[in-house]
Write a protein that binds this ligand. Sequence first.
Ligand code: UDP
Length: 247
Amino acid sequence: MSKKIRLVDENGIRTDGRKPDELRPIKLEVGILNNADGSAYIEQGKNKILAAVYGPREVHPRHLALPDRALLRCRYHMAPFSVQERKSPAPSRREVELSKVIREALEPAIFLERFPRTSIDLFIEVLQADGGTRAAGVTVASLALADAGMPMRDLVAACAAGKADGYIVLDLNDIEDKEGEADVPVAYMPSLNAVGLLQMDGQLTPEEFEQAFNLAIEGCKRIYELQKQALKAKYLAIKEAVEEAVE
Ligand code: UDP
């Protein structure tokens, strides 16, 4: 099968000008929705994703309540205008799968046992999608949980690596995701050295898989630093506002 699109040129540069081991530009903001207990926003390349957290709060319907811990519920949703071909507003199989894997990546980070018989509800809204939204969804949701004051073992940072035109590349964009040979999304808690999400789409040799996995972990570590900066930025802004008000 002849390939139409060249993903990496002869100088090792990708379609968006990045080197193989480069992340897309990332912007993170914390505490942007007044009505949620915690919220955050991420732009990663052309991805634009919002996360909101409610809880711990009373569980409805009540029979879902767990006697020994909080119930974490997660809804990953793509807006109909988030992709080039309008997406149906009805939940797709893919959204159901992504809601589950994102929840499972975040669950080990939260001290759920401190809030028995309550629910923590997490909403991830993809406003614009450009590949790697499950990873960016985990990153932004983890910040929204921290913003809600949720006691956590660590922040969860997520990033994909994969293969495009024979190169092992970090943080695949939409075209690399669709036309590339493989995609390996990873979610990682750096202080615990624990992986909460590991999937693979496509084909890699065992050696290539190891390279892609290690590169994704490296990407997660860089994203983790940005997450911490975004959390600090919120509190520095509050501190400055308080100081100004007192003066
Ligand atoms: N995508 C799309 N239409 C859809 C679903 C996905 O155009 O209905 C695009 C979108 O840019 C998404 C990418 O395909 O980011 C890759 O989707 P995948 O299922 O691999 O999940 P992701 O990489 O976003 O975690």
